[in-house]
Ligand binder design. Structure first.
Ligand SMILES: Cc1cc2nc3c(=O)[nH]c(=O)nc-3n(C[C@H](O)[C@H](O)[C@H](O)COP(=O)(O)O)c2cc1C
Length: 456
């Protein structure tokens, strides 16, 4: 998908924009091919696109549905329902054919739309990163210019220890988001993750919505698939998904909480550990075990280590609540369940420590919003930090300039904190002295399965 496809995809996405971005309503169907106006808008003002919330929504599992069969819906739907074409293939003319939105596509758009708001934040739980107090060094003997943010991760060099975490794929809007954010990651020297490739597993014609190598040839690219979907697929089939987009590693997402709340979600989470062990042993690329907002506790970290997993995106509690996202889509008893579990999860800060204690390489995602958050996460043992909704929101609000401004501020703050802790490199920051206070101390007292009276 070359640029003409891109502009076409953009046009489609803009059309699909809800009129009011503040509505959470899932009017994705609004997709209305019938709102001509926005189209024009989009072309003339670059920003509008932005505004246009890319929406295609990804959602980890979302598409899911079948408990027993992991990648259900789409396929079936796709076959039986003429509207099911989740994405559009580029047409010969370089534009994209429009096709009616499938149920899955609609859900994806709903997710993106909801994530453009702050309604889906955790309500009463934070990342607990605020309880990490880095110790000030009044004599750093360093110049700001010497600070080096570079890190090596999954075989690639990043200019800064940051990843735009996996969000989307499978629809026109998804393609727009993926391409814009991948381009941004390429330019800034970050890693970039696509959202769940489940739609691709069901229908190869949506592969283009995940394809970013033409705009991000060097980026550390992370593929994405749910562990429940992976359980039902051969390693060769999964490898084909990875290769199709040229990914450097595969994130296997774990998201039982959101599945349980999602009306069409999975209910059977057996054999997750053995599935991960198989993929680690058989896939030619590294596997990153990834939560989606509920974090990693000591037991999960131990199982990951035993499965041979080395990298773990902890995606902890305190940022985007995917239980919350699904709650807003649910009704009746499931909505009540979601309300009860809205803040469920292990906060990001202790998740990092639990993963590190098992010798995993933790990637700190989940509510990371500032350079200070990144610095605190690294001091707890993370090897990099991931940001999802905050980058997506900045981009929907003001396009690349807004996303750049956010990321510039994060880097600037991170650099300042590095000077103030006397850390010239990220490795040095990872060893920076810090004090752990408050509730985080309580979480860190959990050593294995018991609470220790002498927190480390
Ligand atoms: C719009 C959106 C879609 C997402 N889709 C996926 C997905 O397909 N696969 C996945 O592993 N995580 C997905 N996530 C979860 C993020 O990667 C991340 O783990 C989570 O949102 C916590 O990070 P945050 O607080 O910075 O948003 C999605 C997040 C957002 C905001």
């Amino acid at each position: 998908m070359r640029s003409s496809d891109e502009s076409s995809a953009r046009r489609v996405a803009v059309r699909a924009l809800p009129r009011s971005r503040n509505e959470n309503a899932f009017e994705s169907e609004t997709e209305s091919e019938s709102e001509p106006e926005s189209e024009t808008e989009s072309e003339s003002e670059p920003e509008s696109e932005t505004e246009s919330e890319p929406e295609s929504e990804p959602e980890p599992e979302s598409e899911t549905k079948s408990e027993s069969e992991p990648e259900p819906e789409s396929e079936a739907e796709a076959e039986s329902d003429p509207e099911s074409s989740i994405g559009r293939e580029p047409s010969a003319e370089g534009g994209c054919r429009l096709a009616p939105m499938s149920e899955v596509g609609r859900r994806k758009d709903e997710h993106l739309e909801l994530c453009a708001t702050d309604e889906v934040s955790f309500r009463g739980r934070s990342t607990l990163l605020e309880h990490v107090r880095l110790v000030h060094d009044a004599l750093p003997d360093l110049s700001l210019d010497e600070v080096d943010l570079g890190v090596e991760l999954l075989g690639k060099r990043l200019r800064a220890p940051l990843i735009v975490a996996g969000m989307t794929g499978g629809t026109d809007r998804a393609a727009e988001v993926n391409r814009a954010l991948a381009r941004l990651a390429q330019r800034r020297g970050y890693g970039f993750g696509v959202g769940s490739q489940r739609a691709m597993a069901r229908a190869q014609d949506v592969t283009w919505t995940y394809a970013v190598r033409d705009v991000a040839p060097d980026v550390l690219l992370l593929g994405n698939l749910g562990v429940v979907q992976a359980r039902a697929m051969s390693t060769d089939a999964i490898d084909a998904l990875v290769r199709a987009i040229g990914a450097d590693a595969l994130c296997v997402h774990l998201n039982p909480a959101m599945e349980l709340v999602q009306p069409e979600g999975d209910r059977d989470f057996r054999e997750g550990t053995s599935t991960l062990a198989r993929l680690v042993a058989e896939l030619p690329v590294p596997v990153v075990a990834k939560e989606t907002g509920c974090g990693i506790g000591p037991a999960a970290a131990r199982k990951l280590r035993r499965a041979g997993v080395r990298y773990c995106d902890v995606s902890g509690a305190g940022g985007t609540s995917w239980v919350g996202v699904e709650t807003l889509r649910a009704q009746g008893a499931r909505r009540a369940l979601g309300e009860a579990l809205w803040d469920w999860g292990v906060p990001t800060a202790p998740s990092i420590v639990y993963a590190a204690r098992e010798g995993l390489q933790p990637i700190a995602t989940g509510g990371v919003r500032t350079g200070l958050d990144v610095a605190r996460a690294l001091a707890l043992g993370a090897v990099a930090a991931g940001l999802a909704r905050t980058v997506y929101q900045a981009w929907t609000r003001g396009g690349e300039p807004a996303a750049d401004a956010l990321l510039d501020a994060i880097e600037q703050e991170l650099r300042a904190v590095m000077v103030l802790t006397g850390s010239r490199t990220i490795d040095a920051l990872r060893r920076a002295p810090h004090v752990v206070t408050g509730e985080l101390r309580d979480w860190l007292a959990l050593d294995g399965d018991v609470v220790s009276t002498t927190p480390r």
